[in-house]
Ligand binder design. Structure first.
Ligand SMILES: [Zn+2]
Length: 80
């Protein structure tokens, strides 16, 4: 089992520490969120499981969906 290899910082992409709207700290959820997405879960499922209920905060994650998809492609489908 390999873990803790993926960091929150991928390349030059900086993910927001706080929700822009309500100021809730969301940085600690990114890692778990990525993990769930990479496990094939939908963003909605992942956010539900993380207990992120506020719409403004969910939006923070959903906005990065396209980036995460890029990320997943690099990480999972990295060729030999
Ligand atoms: Zn919020």
């Amino acid at each position: 089992m390999q873990e803790k290899e993926d960091k929150l910082l991928i390349g030059d992409v900086m993910f927001p520490i706080r929700c822009f709207s309500c100021g809730a700290v969301i940085a600690q959820y990114w890692e778990e969120y990525f993990k769930k997405i990479k496990d094939g879960k939908s963003p909605k499922e992942a956010l539900d499981e993380l207990g992120i209920k506020r719409y403004c905060c969910r939006r923070m994650f959903l906005t990065y969906k396209s980036i995460i998809r890029e990320l997943a492609r690099y990480r999972i489908f990295k060729g030999p």
